[in-house]
Design a binder for this molecule. Structure first.
Ligand code: SF4
Length: 458
């Protein structure tokens, strides 16, 4: 990172001017940008009182045909997004929800057969599926391996019966342990366990016991995150009693120490990879501002459209098709899908690959270019979550913006000890990791500040 004179830099972050993007842009080579795929399965047996995800209780009258229609819609959606790959292979897939383990295994077989004929998978593709310990009866884990799912993320949250009850989870401690053990016994080498802390009336010992039990049961990766109360949840309307700030800080510190002692490496705010495992490739791609396609109700994607001829090695026909279907010009875009499963399925069934933009618009409910100011804040929001940071060169390669668009903020943050002083690496210091929201404020445009700071908590 080129240096500027920092004598005149303000000491107080609040006095920093917000990002001032320049018109300096860099040519982006889309083939250098990794591509992932997110698949959303929107149903749950029961809505948890803390959950603000796009998840919907299974309809009382749900039938197998509901899953079949949904997979049809997913495959049609995938076919529509295929040109956005621009010749790239899919490096990782994440099946999230909702409760993906509710989808029958026969539908997973159909889904992956269809996806393989639509996309080219990288040979070493990482395919993660979220699993709920309360849905173990739906398919033996070995069958997930057979369709190509090679990493599980099990939503345990806690091993304490009273905590699971207050969280409204459908599983008990025995099922939680059984799920991890069954995954390992089936042959899953990589098993993440989601745990929450800061739960209602939780003591430090209880939080530490959850970590120890996940480790002892064989978790190769732990996502350890604090319960937060989100708008539009039952907990928001009727707040439980949570540990106070001092207790939360003590729990966090003790939990981090225990995770380290047990050999887990904290590579991101809440993510800990065990000695035998590695960081989740899919999430790393989000945090490194890579591209991701997204299929399913309410799914969000981000894709870079190249200025060069990398689309299928310069296939004019494909380029024209993509531009006709999605009305895109070179740039970095985000998009999202109809939120409700019934809307997603209906529109998908009506649409065809030959649809014009008006017909596919309801499915692609939000397709918009990310402007220069947002590119900076979104890149920083993601990259600075990684404790090891990212190479400075990635800023230009992923945003198409010149480094001088952020140099003022960076030098100020370095002077305040919040960013590492490095020509090659954009990285928060240990102090910066603690005050991540403070750092992010320096890069944010006002209109996105609140939204982004909320997102940054995770
Ligand atoms: S199981 Fe997960 S996605 Fe479903 S309601 Fe509970 S927290 Fe939300």
């Amino acid at each position: 990172m080129p240096k500027v004179n920092t004598d005149s830099m303000p000491n107080d972050l609040n006095t920093l001017s917000l990002t001032e993007p320049t018109t300096d842009t860099i040519e982006v080579n889309v083939t250098d940008i990794p591509l992932s795929l997110y698949i959303h399965i929107p149903w749950c047996v029961k809505k948890c009182p803390y959950c603000d995800f796009n998840s919907h209780e299974l309809p009382m009258d749900s039938e197998l045909s509901m899953y079949e229609e949904y997979v049809d819609a997913l495959l049609l959606d995938a076919a529509m997004q295929q040109p956005l790959t621009q010749g790239r292979k899919i490096g990782s897939i994440f099946i999230g929800g909702g409760t993906p383990s509710l989808l029958p295994i026969a539908q997973y077989q159909r889904l992956f057969t269809g996806l393989r004929s639509c996309f080219e998978f990288a040979e070493d593709i990482e395919v993660t599926m979220e699993a709920n310990p309360g849905t173990l009866e739906y398919a033996p884990f070995s069958q997930y391996l057979e369709v190509g799912i090679n990493r599980l993320s099990i939503g345990v949250q806690s091993f304490a019966a009273d905590k699971l009850k207050v969280l409204g989870r459908i599983h008990d401690p025995v099922q939680a342990l059984s799920a991890i053990r069954a995954a390992k016994a089936a042959g899953f080498v990589r098993v993440n366990v989601d745990l929450m802390h800061g739960l209602p009336q939780q003591t430090m010992n209880e939080a530490l016991e959850d970590i120890q039990m996940a480790h002892d049961a064989g978790a190769t990766h732990i996502s350890w995150y604090q319960l937060t109360i989100e708008p539009n949840t039952v907990f928001y309307r009727s707040q439980p009693i949570l540990p106070d700030e001092d207790n939360l800080a003590d729990i966090e510190q003790a939990g981090q120490s225990l995770l380290q002692q047990l050999g887990y490496n904290n590579y991101e705010v809440s993510a800990w990879a065990g000695e035998s495992d590695k960081p989740c490739r899919h999430n790393i791609n989000y945090w490194q501002f890579g591209d991701y396609l997204a299929i399913g109700a309410g799914a969000h994607g981000k894709v870079t459209i190249s200025r060069n001829d990398s689309i299928d090695n310069g296939s004019l026909e494909l380029r024209n098709k993509m531009e006709d279907d999605l009305l895109v010009t070179p740039g970095i875009y985000r998009f999202s899908k109809s939120r409700l499963p019934k809307d997603y399925v209906v529109v998908s069934s009506d649409a065809t690959k030959e649809s014009d933009i008006n017909q596919i618009t309801p499915k692609m409910v939000g397709w918009q270019a990310i402007d220069q100011e947002e590119l900076v804040s979104e890149f920083m929001l993601n990259a600075l979550r990684l404790h090891g940071g990212v190479a400075w060169s990635m800023f230009e390669k992923r945003t198409g913006l010149a480094l001088n668009s952020v140099i003022k903020q960076v030098n100020s943050l370095v002077a305040q000890g919040l960013l590492v002083d490095s020509d090659t690496q954009l990285q928060p210091t240990v102090l910066g990791q603690r005050y991540l929201n403070q750092i992010l404020r320096a890069f944010f445009i006002k209109r996105h500040l609140d939204d982004c700071l909320i997102a940054a908590r995770y």
